[in-house]
Design a protein around this ligand. Structure first.
Ligand code: AMP
Length: 386
């Protein structure tokens, strides 16, 4: 099964129907595949780009059987889909990345333990199973610290910064008040980073590995706001970041597209986390590279050669979060944005606007890196001004 390619015309299944699933579906359809999207939410954006839609909870047994009968290979668009479902599908079909890799990554504690055990650089951390252990754990890792729910957190949700002793009681109270399934957390030393970087790694069946250029990410309120590429860092640092990311994915024996998020301090690199899928910080690849992260996801899943990765233009990407979307969809905002040279607008078609919800993004291309960032900053200022 593993060495055969899935030929165009095959049906590719994707678990999860958010914007990442939709962009995967578009890439797959462009390459002649059919796509089946499974997401419990009938309004999930990827259903609009699907040939077949499955709308049911991931626990629905009849749906999993029908899905497995429909598709010839499966991937997922985020790490919180059940690993058990992926493992079950793997009994008869290829799933990329594998359920075993997903299982390690979707639990922050397991993931950090894996990285640490393999001597990859991570911030000092301690796992806790009760809010009563928080104070001790923070004392051991040192202030400031970050406490994160072991599972299901994303975009800064389920995450608390503990700057000083007086923050402890309030965070412990919040943990006690949380829902029952959140009974494990990881407490990490806060890394005083100069920059946040990320690297997309694509690793094929035969161990062939490619990395996209290192990007710099700017977060606001735990959510990615802007990505710029190439990252404004010394070539040596970029080389080390790419090597570290590739090494981490190889140690995982990951087959698929991975995003390795890093902290760059004055003298070191630390791995923050690995996502087993295309990533928001890689959206620029749609417009600025010879192959996008989503096309690579299709290629890996289908056992095809990986696409040549080449940055054809510097780029800066700005996320459209919550109410930002109103600006770019109003007559004047839309005109101003699209009149800007090199601005590429992507809207995800989500009908309900919520604070913190990713509604779309804009990628700015220009000949010089500085110009892309100036244009991105122009947009961010307009968005803040509302
Ligand atoms: P995560 O969900 O782990 O990617 O965290 C979201 C964001 O929180 C990161 O991109 C960082 O900006 C910040 N963050 C998380 N963990 C740490 C840490 N140990 N030190 C400093 N910042 C962190």
């Amino acid at each position: 099964m593993t060495n055969e390619i899935l030929e165009p015309g095959s049906v590719l299944g994707v678990l999860g129907g958010g914007q990442l699933g939709a962009m995967f579906a578009c890439a797959a359809r462009r390459m002649g595949y059919r796509v089946a999207v499974w997401d419990p939410d009938p309004d999930a954006p990827a259903h609009r780009s699907a040939d077949e839609s499955f709308v049911a909870p991931f626990s629905a047994t009849a749906t999993r059987e029908e899905f497995a009968r429909t598709v010839q290979g499966v991937t997922f668009e985020w790490e919180n889909v059940p690993a058990e479902l992926c493992e079950w599908i793997e009994g008869s079909l290829r799933v990329r990345p594998s359920g075993a890799v997903l299982r390690i990554i979707q639990d922050r504690i397991e993931q950090k333990r894996f990285l640490h055990a393999n001597r990859l650089p991570v911030s000092t951390f301690i796992a806790i199973e009760s809010p009563d252990q928080l104070a001790d754990a923070v004392t051991q890792v040192g202030f400031p610290a970050v406490c994160k729910a072991a599972t299901s957190g994303y975009d800064g949700k389920g995450q608390w910064l503990i700057r000083r002793g007086s923050d402890l009681e309030e965070v412990a109270r919040t943990l006690r008040g949380g829902s029952g399934h959140r009974s494990r957390w990881i407490v990490e030393r806060f890394v005083d980073f100069e920059r946040e970087l990320s690297v997309l790694v694509v690793r094929g069946e035969n161990g062939e590995c490619q990395t996209f250029p290192v990007v710099e990410n700017l977060h606001q309120g735990g959510i990615l706001r802007m990505t710029r590429v190439p990252a404004p860092i010394h070539q040596d640092v970029a080389g080390r970041a790419a090597e570290l990311a590739g090494h981490a994915v190889a140690l995982l024996n990951g087959i698929g597209v991975f995003c390795v998020e890093l902290f760059h301090t004055s003298d070191s690199l630390f791995i923050n986390e690995i996502a087993p899928r295309p990533h928001n910080s890689g959206h620029y690849t749609l417009d600025a590279c010879t192959v996008s992260q989503f096309e690579q996801q299709v290629r890996v899943l289908c056992g095809l050669p990986l696409g040549e990765v080449r940055l054809v233009s510097p780029a800066a990407m700005v996320n459209l979060i919550g109410e930002d979307v109103r600006f770019v969809t109003s007559g004047q905002g839309c005109r101003d944005l699209l009149a800007m040279p090199g601005a590429m607008l992507h809207l995800y078609g989500k009908r309900i606007v919520r604070p913190g919800r990713k509604m779309g993004h804009v990628t700015f291309l220009a000949e010089r890196r500085d110009e892309t960032v100036e244009r991105a900053q122009w947009l961010m200022q307009l968005l803040v001004a509302g």
